[in-house]
Design a protein around this ligand. Structure first.
Ligand code: DGJ
Length: 765
């Protein structure tokens, strides 16, 4: 609705990219004339395309590059012909606009419930045809691209690279923001300004990986949350990906994204075709927030599908950090009982319930309940959980096998490994060969048996290692470069089939946390476990980073015990909840260990979450201030209510003033902005209690605890009625933060990792 994307066919048949940015009023050819590159003489030391066509491909913005004809920048395609030549020169044949979605050949793709708007441009290089597919999602200001190569020759060709998208911008000096991390600290945000050379983000882990998410942004260096040109890009693929931004010798910027060419090669026999995954791009002149709003809407409307697309997600309790592998029916039922008491709706049994699974060395692949732990099987346990009034869900990791398993004994050739060479494992496990259709078929049937063996309404689908020694025993040597791609197609068939056999089941993707957080997985599973790190101080950053490219309705987030199991850090329960509530809320701890006060806090948290769940899950999420102080707002679609969250990482002494800036409100409507009446445990002030106590109180002593039971310190309350514009643009000046000079109900207790929720309700026009 608000963007224009323009390209034209040059007399040479190449596609000159002309413009991508804010909407232009172009009605006729003359209007685009100023955008077309002008040239009288070629640049020195470059290649002229042909005697007839004075085109210098190296210095032309192109829809796709033609390697070997003078364009020496990042190529779109690299193809080896039967004669060994590597030059590709695709020129225009035809273009057609229709409402047919392209056939993605088993790869995931975007979709619409309205009318599809599709452009196909067909290019040809000899007897190879390259189709460029564009889909338009006007309301999200999003365009998707993908490509298909068809071999009409009578000889094999080898595809060494086929990107999904390319965008050439006519200038340089753009900033590139990418997201890198590791297990338990996914999505670290990194920005560089590119004035020369190239920056590459990629995964060679065989999966999306926590090392580099395929979502990235290219933006003006001055872009901020609310203003500035920002382009966002993402890929519908869960394997090795590659994103590059390169500044050419002539100061133009090329951006490409697609399957990582490293380790990839696809043999295209006569008559065969190869489909590159779909990529999405969006543009906003309204800064990172504008870009995020587009991407969130695109993911909510055109990626996530099925029964759970708009259905509120249940509050769950997961057994992993509560009991790890030490589970059995009675422990699980007792955990579930405690969960029911605080208002949890779904009980999830994590790893450890099947085969000979008492640690991570055994049992993967043997998907039959362990009779010692679950004497009544899945059904026996599920019935008992259901009888408590809770739904029941399970954990599986279908793509994996331990060598110490019955499955491996029966089918050693079903695991990916190079015959005759030692295999390097991750978490003591191997990856099943989903490039082999027999393995995929087996998993479809085995998982169907498991999912139908009890009233299972939720499945957490894990994947706990990256690839090594990539080799599919089912493929011939000349097709080993296809193993990763064929694996992904097997995975998509497996997920697609199970999702359609079990449309009511809520599937959650997981890969040791967020190692497979991408649009490919989200095309099947409506939510993903974002990180194994449940420490709210880490999570606030991880979730904030995901929010640049993904809506909170796909991000699962849990409250866990403290000291935290990944960092040993202590964060107040209130903050653990406040951060997790801006995602899909769950609990992952042994509730039986909580004090009665903590249990009643958890009960209240869940009650509150249920009241605001629609807004928290499906409202529009906005980032405000980021850094040491994080400010988030979630606004309901009709903007009648919103929730604000402010969290501080570390106290900066003597900073009394903070302003909260909500976002996304109706400028003219009057809102009530308030936080909850609160009280503070006197023990949180430590020995300062002695500034008031008539006798000396030793911190942590019996008397200190007794005082805490009967006496609560008053908490601050902010409460305003004001127009949305005042709140958003002026900000709300909050009660002063504690700064070591005094405390009363006019002071905000705001220590390390403190946070507040603000309720913002429309009170009139
Ligand atoms: C990794 C997951 O991310 C955890 O949440 C948990 O399910 C474990 N695997 C179980 O092995």
């Amino acid at each position: 609705d608000n963007t224009t994307y323009l390209f034209r066919v040059l007399p040479s048949g190449h596609l000159e990219h002309l413009y991508y940015g804010r909407r232009l009023p172009v009605a006729q050819e003359r209007d685009i004339a100023p955008l077309c590159q002008q040239r009288a003489f070629g640049p020195g030391y470059t290649v002229t395309y042909s005697p007839e066509h004075d085109v210098y491909l190296e210095d032309t913005c192109l829809e796709i590059s033609s390697l070997g004809k003078g364009d020496i920048r990042e190529p779109f395609a690299e193809i080896v012909r039967a004669d060994g030549s590597r030059t590709a020169d695709f020129t225009f044949v035809s273009a057609q606009i229709d409402s047919e979605a392209p056939d993605m050949d088993g790869l995931p793709s975007s979709y619409t419930e309205g009318e599809t708007e599709h452009l196909r441009v067909t290019l040809r290089d000899g007897d190879l045809t390259l189709e460029l597919d564009y889909l338009v999602y006007a309301q999200c200001d999003a365009i998707t691209r993908s490509a298909r190569l068809v071999n009409f020759s009578d000889k094999d060709v080898r595809v060494r690279r086929l990107m999904s998208m390319q965008l050439d911008l006519p200038d340089s000096g753009w900033a590139v923001t990418t997201f890198h991390g590791a297990w338990a600290r996914e999505m670290g945000k990194h920005t560089i300004t590119l004035t020369g050379g190239k920056t590459v983000t990629e995964s060679r882990a065989g999966i999306t990986s926590s090392r580099a998410n395929p979502f990235f942004m290219v933006h003006s260096p001055a872009a901020g949350e609310d203003a500035g040109d920002v382009y966002g890009f993402n890929l519908f693929y869960s394997g090795d990906h590659y994103e590059a931004a390169e500044v050419s010798a002539f100061g133009k910027t090329r951006i490409v994204a697609g399957i990582n060419p490293t380790g990839f090669e696809y043999l295209l026999a006569p008559g065969e075709s190869f489909r590159a995954p779909e990529a999405v791009m969006t543009y906003s002149p309204a800064g990172f927030t504008g870009q995020s709003v587009n991407m969130h809407r695109f993911v909510r409307e055109h990626v996530v599908r099925g029964e759970w697309k708009k259905k509120v997600r249940p509050v769950l309790l997961n057994s992993w950090e509560a009991a790890y592998f030490k589970i059995n029916e009675s422990t699980l039922v007792s955990l579930a009982r405690a969960a029911k008491d605080v208002g949890v709706e779904l009980f999830v049994m994590d790893d450890g319930w099947f085969g000979d699974r008492n640690d991570d060395t055994h049992g993967l692949g043997d998907w039959d309940p362990n009779p010692k732990k679950l004497p009544g099987g899945l059904k026996g346990l599920c019935d008992r959980i259901n009888a408590l009034g809770l739904d029941f869900g399970i954990w599986v990791e279908p793509e994996m096998v331990n060598v110490k398993s019955r499955l491996y004994e029966a089918h050693p050739d079903w695991a990916m490994a190079i015959p005759g060479r030692s295999h390097s494992e991750g978490r003591n496990q191997r990856i099943l060969d989903l490039a082999n259709p027999d393995v995929t078929d087996y998993l479809i049937e085995k998982m169907t048996e498991v999912f139908s063996s009890a009233n299972i309404v939720y499945v957490k689908w894990d994947f706990n290692r990256m690839f090594s020694d990539m080799y599919s025993p089912s493929l011939p040597p000349e097709r080993q470069g296809e193993a990763g791609y064929r694996y992904m197609k097997g995975l998509y068939r497996l997920m697609g089939e199970l999702v359609s056999r079990f449309p009511r089941v809520l599937f959650e993707g997981c890969a040791g946390g967020g190692s497979r957080f991408d649009l490919g997985i989200l095309s099947y599973f409506p939510q993903i476990w974002a990180s194994d790190d449940t420490d709210a101080q880490v999570r606030v950053n991880v979730q904030e980073s995901y929010s640049f490219g993904y809506p909170q309705s796909v991000v699962s987030a849990h409250v866990s015990a403290c000291p935290n199991h990944q960092t040993l850090r202590d964060v107040p329960l209130e903050t653990r909840f406040n951060v997790a509530a801006f995602g899909l809320l769950g609990y992952e701890l042994d509730l039986r260990d909580l004090t009665s006060l903590e249990l009643s806090d958890v009960k209240e948290q869940i009650l509150l979450y249920k009241v605001y769940r629609n807004t928290l899950q499906f409202g529009q999420f906005y980032r405000g201030q980021t850094g040491n102080i994080h400010q988030w707002t979630c606004v309901s679609p009709d903007r009648s209510e919103a929730l604000g969250m402010m969290m501080q990482e570390l106290v900066r002494p003597n900073t009394q003033t903070h302003r909260f800036y909500p976002k996304g409100l109706d400028e003219n409507a009057v809102y009530r902005f308030a936080n909850e009446e609160r009280q503070v445990d006197v023990r949180r002030f430590g020995s300062l209690v002695n500034t008031m106590a008539p006798i000396h109180v030793r911190p942590g002593s019996l008397i200190h605890n007794a005082i805490a039971r009967v006496y609560k310190m008053p908490g601050e309350r902010d409460d305003f009625f004001a127009p949305g514009a005042v709140l958003m643009h002026g900000g709300v000046s909050l009660k002063q933060a504690f700064s070591g000079t005094g405390y009363s109900d006019q002071v905000r207790f705001f220590s390390d990792f403190s946070s507040r929720l603000y309720y913002i309700e429309k009170a009139g026009e």
